[in-house]
Design a binder for this molecule. Sequence first.
Ligand code: S3P
Length: 175
Amino acid sequence: MQRNIILIGFMGTGKSSIGRFLSQRLAYPLIDTDELISIEQNSPIPQIFEEHGENHFRDLETQTLQNLHRHTGHIISTGGGIIGRPLNRQLLRQLGYVVWLIASPETILERTSRNDNRPLLNTPDPQKTIAELLEKRTPLYKETAHLEIETSQLSFDEISSGIAESARYHFSSQP
Ligand code: S3P
């Protein structure tokens, strides 16, 4: 196996935690696009949204994906809205094996309400916002992913094993 494994999915679906788990299991270094952006901009994500707006943040996401194009053998965990732009969807698939992590709206609400570091959910009715965003984004995650995993009934260990095995099969059948 050599190309990257990329984790996509809505906020609160476990991309960062599963990314860490997979990274240890496969001994592949972990890259988190939000973390990269935050380090490069020297600013937390909510502050980037506040000072420069969402569009600017989306530009930074695209640049980050473009900068990663030479990487191989990494686990890449991404921000939930990275699939919004057609160019990003293309870049994600070029980077490697794309895995979509799925959780129920209730789980997402429960997990994301634990802290207030998601500017897009900083609304009077986060439950409604989650439903609206999920409706818009679900076809985009589906279109981008090679593999989708419903995470609610599975342990991190089971999820990571499933991803590792499917990715191995995917890469071994590539020309
Ligand atoms: C966003 C998700 C966040 C972060 C930013 C925007 C989104 O990442 O990129 O707040 O549009 O869904 P997580 O999915 O890691 O929370």
